[in-house]
Every structure is written in C-alpha cells, then in structure tokens.
Design a binder for this molecule. Structure first.
Ligand code: 5AD
Ligand code: SF4
Length: 452
C-alpha cells in the first residue's frame, strides 16, 4: 500500500481539508502516515495569511526535496503536492521556485487530486481555477473507523470564502467568494459524524456567520437556524462555530446563544483593532463602540459568554493613539483567549499599498504590550473558573495514569482523576486549580451536585 503524508499549516479549515484529502486518497489506495520519510506522496497544505506562514512553505519544500532525492537513491519514488492558499495565490511560481514539486492544487480543486497525480506523471501541473462543480459532491466520506480515530470533536465546513474584503486580508482572493453548503448536505455529514461517536461539532468557514445556505424547505437558512436544527442531531452534545465577523451577528444567531444549551458559551469574534480610524482603513464596517454594544447584546442572551478575538497591531498608519484605543477596547470587553499578530503586508491587498507602513520595532513593541494584557486576561479568566462546576467533554486519557482529559465549555483543557469515565462522555467537574494551560478538577457525582 502507498503512503501519504499531509502537513497542514494555518487555520482549522486546512485541518479539515487535509482530512478530506486523506479520505479521498484512501479510496486511491493510500494509507496515511505520520512519518514523512516513509511517504510516497507528500502534501503540504499551506497558509498564505501572513508572510511568515507563506515563507515556511519554501523552506519546508527544500527539506522535502532532499528527502525525495534520498529516497530516489534507494529506488523509491516520492511525489510532492503543494495544496492550500499559497498554492492558490502563487500557482506556477511554486513550480519555478522548487523544481521538485509535481502538483500545485488550490483549495477549491483538491477533489481533482487523483486525476492530477495520474496526469502529472508526464508534466508538472497547476490547478487553481475556481471550478463550477462543488468539490464536496466529489469527496468520499471517511470510514467509521477513521472518524472514530479522529476523536469526539470534529470540524464541519459549512461555508467557504469571504466577501468582506478587509484591506489586509488575502482570504477573499485565495478562498474566493462566499459560498454556503446546502443544509441537507451539512445535516447528512453531521449525522454520519454523530453515528461514528462524534459529540462536538465545530462549524467552520472563513466567515461562518455569513452562512446563508439553501434549506430543505427551499428558503435561505441563517447560521442561527442551522445551529437550532443541528442541536437536534442525536448524539451531538456540543456545537461551536468559527470564525465570524461582527457585522454578521444577526438577531437569530444572538438568540441561539440564549436558546440552545448545546451551543457553547464561547465565541471567537475577531475585532482586529479598537481604533475607529483603523477599523475604517481596514474596511471592517463597524466602530469600536458598535463592537462593544454587540458584545453586550450577546452577553444579555448568554450571560456566561466568554470571548476570544484576533488582533492586528501596526496596520499602516496606526499611531500610538490608535493603539491605545485597541488596549482600551481589550480592557473594556475582556477576552478569555486571543490571537494577536503584527500586520504583514500581503501582495495584492489594498493595505499593502498604503503609505505609512509602521516600522518593525514599533510593531514588536505594541504586540508585546498587547499580548501581555491579553495573557493577563486569559490567566484571570482561567483562575476565575476555580471553584466552579463545569461540564467537561472527555477527549483522551490524561497526562498521568488514572487521569482523564477533556475540554470545558470555554475550550479550556481540564484534567481529573477517574477510572470510571469514558471518552465521549460529558461529566460535571469541580475545578480546584488552574495551571498555566490546563485546569485540574474533581468529578462531581450526580447526587453531589447540590452540595457542590
Ligand atoms: N497581517 C497580519 N495578520 C493578519 N490576519 C489576516 N491578515 C493579516 C495580515 N495581513 C489575521 C487577522 C485574522 C487572522 C486569521 O489573521 O487577525 O482574523
Ligand atoms: Fe479576511 Fe475575515 Fe476580513 Fe474575510 S472577514 S476579509 S476572511 S479578515
């Protein structure tokens, strides 16, 4: 049997796509390996969001090329595929920069992979056109065993692409226009995952709350309506969605946060900046106060809501004052966890052409200050859960024998001693201690709940 090794960079969509590629290649006789040295086929599933991510691909390709040469010397063939957003953005340039690459395939075309692999025996190929057909119709479902081996928490792509055109972002160019999958297809996938033992679904998309898929009734369904329907799928205990845009938080979705116990009280809602001037230059189409008010409305629906966000520092033209506005917004809102980045100019995006690029040293200093504040908030949030009883979805054995590990509703890793529980159960745990990354707790037996 031939072996395929896939390495994914970047976002959760790439993790999902990598699984779909391995599922498809399984039907072509490839088994998955975690060791690149033994792979007959190496796929790098790439990310183009920031310069660092894109450059990593070329250094990794250099290593894969050496491996290819070594294997060749011992009579073994290695094929190399570059997939994902760098493939989409750079296409032929990749073949030019790295002669060992056999195929370059964009995120909308990976259902063509078997065909591309066959054809690339005679010539090196690039497939980055946006096809008319829906790739999901051509992708086989994984085996039950494969799904089980991937764990009790699964990603499910419900939409792809983005029409927002934030001025710093390559996504609208690499992933294309916003497309929502039909409700029936999503339900089918959700049922299949649940039947194989999946308990938690994270709905993913580049701008997932812009979801507007065709419902079984012919009407257009919003994300709120889709979540309500998914909460009825037997076996599904938890729902999450990521990543969202503040402008697409509609009333139905906000209400779902109050109405659906399965929808976890944790929301990743990137704000990027707290300065109205920068938000405008970013084309985010909202102000800092509009974001604050939106958060208030969602917290009214779900008072336990914990938030996470993405931030960019050093966007072109960002002054000290603009940056202080970001720090103030963070202090006002309070985030349980966040991602923050130095602005990275991306070729072809409007912000890359803007004057007043911020010097690297200033970006570094601002990032350090912001990350310091965000880390303080994260620790405070984690410590704040000590003494609470939280539901924990059990995912795997713990670090030490006799321990079991899972996630809180707020995505915090939780460990506790147990020899009676099984992976996939949702168990009530009293948190007794917060470490730097994990919480430690004790099982609360059902009868003891009132005393907790
Ligand atoms: N530079 C820095 N960060 C960026 N992001 C997107 N584009 C850029 C860029 N050019 C960040 C945003 C986004 C996250 C996925 O990556 O914060 O929400
Ligand atoms: Fe990029 Fe997100 Fe803005 Fe879309 S909404 S352009 S994916 S940052």
């Amino acid at each position: 049997m031939k072996k395929v090794f896939v390495k994914s960079y970047g976002c959760q969509m790439n993790v999902y796509d990598a699984e779909r590629m391995t599922d498809m290649l399984a039907t072509e006789g490839y088994s998955e390996t975690k060791a690149m040295e033994e792979a007959d086929l190496v796929i790098l599933n790439t990310c183009h969001i920031r310069e660092k991510a894109a450059e990593k691909v070329y250094s990794e390709l250099g290593r894969v090329r050496e491996l290819k040469q070594e294997r060749e010397a011992s009579g073994q063939e290695t094929r190399i595929v570059v997939a994902g957003c760098v493939a989409q953005a750079e296409g032929k340039e990749i073949l030019r920069r790295q002669p060992a690459v056999d195929v370059v395939v964009g995120p909308q075309n990976y259902h063509h992979l078997p065909d591309l692999l066959r054809k690339s025996r005679s010539e090196r190929l690039v497939d980055t056109e946006f096809p008319i057909e829906d790739k999901f119709d051509h992708l086989p479902a994984p085996s039950r065993a494969k799904t089980i081996s991937r764990g009790v928490s699964a990603f499910l792509t419900i939409q792809e692409g983005c029409d927002k055109f934030c001025t710093f972002c390559v996504v609208p160019y690499t992933r294309g226009a916003e497309v929502s999958r039909p409700v029936a297809k999503i339900l089918e996938e959700a049922h299949r995952l649940a039947e194989a033992g999946v308990r938690e679904l994270t709905l993913i998309g580049q701008n997932v709350n812009a979801y507007h898929g065709e419902g079984p009734d012919g009407a257009v369904w919003s994300l709120g309506r889709l979540l309500t329907r998914l909460a009825e799928v037997p076996g599904i205990a938890r729902l999450r969605y990521t990543t969202s845009h503040p402008r697409d938080m509609d009333d139905e979705l906000i209400a779902a946060h109050g109405d659906l116990p399965a929808l976890m009280p944790y929301l990743h809602l990137p704000v990027q900046s707290g300065s109205d001037r920068i938000l405008d230059l970013m084309n985010r189409k909202h102000t800092g106060d509009e974001y604050r008010r939106l958060i208030e409305r969602i917290r009214k629906a779900q008072p336990n809501l914990a938030l996470s966000s993405d931030f960019i520092v050093g966007f072109p033209g960002e002054t000290d004052r603009d940056f202080e506005d970001t720090m103030r917004l963070v202090a006002d809102v309070g985030f349980a966890s966040s991602f923050s980045f130095k602005y990275s100019p991306r070729p072809g995006t409007p912000a890359a052409e803007m004057g007043e690029q911020v010097p690297e040293a200033v970006k570094a200093e601002r990032l350090a200050r912001l990350q310091n504040l965000l880390e303080t908030q994260r620790q405070a949030f984690n410590h704040g859960t000590v003494g609470q009883t939280l539901d924990v979805l059990l995912e795997k054995p713990g670090r030490h024998p006799g321990q079991i590990a899972g996630k809180s509703p707020y995505l915090q890793p939780v460990q506790f001693e147990s020899d009676v529980h099984r992976i996939g159960e949702v168990v009530t745990v009293r948190i007794v201690r917060a470490g730097s990354n994990s919480l430690f707790g004790e099982w609360v037996k059902p009868g003891d709940r009132a005393a907790a």
